[in-house]
Ligand binder design. Structure first.
Ligand code: ZN
Length: 559
């Protein structure tokens, strides 16, 4: 790639004109120019391939969503070409379509954040079928019975060994926690309301679960922090819970390193006593994050469109069903976690939805350090990932925000902090929030940057930053981010100007956690697998052969 404007924030490169050379799927110092394919990238932006830290694209929950919503399919058809397969789906696209659409936007790596351990096999089957991308998935552990028991006994070492076993067994990448304690309570039709509520039958609390798994994460040396969907998500007044959650692991942080990732924070930044008095809690959250270094988060930005909400937070989805009266699914396999799916439309004229829209952007703009908050829609919860270019427009341009603001609910507009925020992200900062920051937070050493030896996953966008002022020309910029001029995966051009040129599978990354002492598996534990679940202990693990293209990442644990 010759003469592109390169944005590589992990190396501090901010739009300098440079060449990038690639050989055997890696970034190299130089290549023999007579024997290579050259891309003239002058007048274009070159970035590392996009990385999505949180997107629901695979597994039983997503697939149930597909079943629930035929109307989502026939609205949107992906035609077959000589290279690609056909597909359907707008907010819950089929697997192949998902891969193609990410690739067209210059993305090369995604993280699927919500995998009940028993559904690991299904999740990997779908990830195997999702081309063009490297991927990984997070097992849900915040309500896993053995974890709750070890935490109640304060036996963090054994908890860590057990999690290591489970991470390997499910071929997972990070510890996912959803409404800690709440999912277990939901098995009895209840929920937990604050960090110190008792989890029924387990003698523990959400606070202890979060802290216990945070310590577990550190003992295991996992590359990413715990990945947390807070208690009380989606409820007015929940910004307090979010602040408390961040505070509760404050003293576990060391060396200014993050120990917790709060996912789709928009849904957890509500002030007010009820929907009528809802207000943004973004200022309070941003001011906490600005003065602490142990937290990262992602936006969960609302898009005004029709979408499908889905989360392991069963009690929340039940409430959402109550609010909307829409059809819904309460999905659960053998009470390991819980899950709900509800179709949803975010409306500009709705006071609540417009406040939510504002909160996501306020968080992204008020949090000063872009390495702390990343761009997501919690696909498909706040909107389909295909709307990312629209969010990039809002982040880059106050004018773009004002254009949307003019059309939203007037009372929400008067509550919004956005008119007082002049900040506009630069292309460099966009590269942080869409790739470099996410890769760093995930501990992905070879991704999110263009240094020597990095994976040659690259996106080139047809924007000349010397000629284009994104603040004014946000529509032009949006268009360029919608269809990357080139997407390069492992050194090969896989898509060009929105057309898929080559099918590649992409690898599934998982953590091969090496512990000094294996998890203690007693006859009692085995007996409980037999009694409580239809899959016995021995049959639980997903073997490596099950993955189409396996990329185990070794981790040396401290237990
Ligand atoms: Zn999510």
């Amino acid at each position: 790639m010759k003469n592109g404007f390169v944005y590589d924030p992990l190396h501090g490169i901010d739009g300098q004109k440079m060449d990038v050379a690639v050989k055997n799927g890696k970034i190299v110092e130089s290549v023999d120019e007579h024997k290579v394919t050259t891309i003239d990238a002058s007048r274009m932006i070159v970035m590392p391939g996009g990385v999505d830290i949180h997107t629901h694209i695979a597994g039983a929950e997503v697939n149930s969503g597909r079943l629930l919503r035929p109307e989502d399919h026939y609205k949107d058809i992906e035609r077959k070409t000589s290279i690609t397969r056909s597909g359907v789906g707008r907010s819950i696209p089929s697997t192949f379509t998902t891969g193609y659409r990410y690739s067209r936007m210059g993305y090369t790596t995604i993280m699927n954040p919500s995998m009940p351990p028993l559904e690991a096999r299904h999740t990997h089957e779908e990830l195997n079928d999702t081309p063009m991308l490297d991927k990984a998935t997070y097992p849900l552990l915040g309500d896993w019975w053995f974890v709750l028991e070890y935490i109640a006994q304060n036996n963090i070492k054994e908890c860590a060994r057990h999690v290591a076993w489970l991470m390997k067994s499910t071929k997972g990448y990070a510890i996912k926690i959803v409404n800690p304690g709440g999912l277990e309570a939901w098995g009895f039709g209840h929920n937990v309301k604050n960090l110190d509520d008792q989890v029924p039958h387990f003698c523990t609390t959400p606070r202890e679960i979060i802290r216990g798994l945070c310590k577990t994460n550190k003992l295991l040396n996992l590359p990413h922090t715990i990945h947390l969907h807070t208690n009380n998500l989606g409820k007015p007044g929940n910004y307090q819970t979010t602040l408390e959650t961040m505070k509760c692991v404050e003293n576990l942080a060391a060396d200014n390193k993050p120990v917790i990732h709060i996912t789709h924070c928009q849904f957890s930044a509500f002030k007010g006593d009820d929907w009528g008095t809802l207000q943004p809690g973004s200022e309070e959250i941003a001011s906490y994050v600005n003065t602490h270094s142990h937290v990262t988060m992602d936006m969960g930005q609302i898009i005004f469109t029709d979408t499908t909400t889905m989360t392991a937070d069963g009690p929340f989805q039940y409430d959402l069903y109550g609010l909307t009266g829409n059809k819904w699914i309460n999905h659960d396999v053998e009470t390991e976690t819980s899950a709900g799916i509800v179709p949803f439309r975010y409306r500009r004229k709705s006071y609540v939805h417009a406040v939510q829209w504002s909160i996501g952007l306020e968080l992204a703009l008020l949090i000063k350090d872009p390495w702390k908050i990343f761009m997501t829609t919690d696909h498909p919860n706040a909107g389909p990932f295909t709307f990312y270019p629209k969010i990039i427009g809002w982040l880059l341009s106050k004018k773009a925000r004002e254009a949307t603001m003019r059309r939203i609910n007037p009372r929400a507009r008067s509550q919004s902090l956005l008119p007082s925020i002049g900040r506009e992200l630069s292309f460099y900062e966009i590269a942080v929030v869409t790739r470099a920051g996410q890769a760093k937070a995930l501990g992905l050493k070879n991704k999110g940057h263009l240094g020597l030896g990095a994976d040659a996953d690259i996106a080139i966008f047809d924007i000349n930053p010397e000629k284009t002022d994104p603040s004014r020309k946000y529509k032009t910029v949006r268009k360029a981010f919608r269809k990357a001029a080139y997407t390069i995966k492992d050194g090969e051009i896989v898509s060009k100007n929105g057309e898929i040129l080559k099918h590649v599978d992409g690898a599934t990354m998982w953590l091969d956690v090496k512990v000094n002492e294996p998890a203690r598996i007693t006859d009692d534990i085995k007996k409980r697998f037999k009694e409580y679940w239809t899959v016995e202990y021995e049959n639980y693990p997903v073997t490596e052969e099950y993955l189409k293209k396996s990329n185990p990442l070794p981790v040396e644990a401290k237990v």
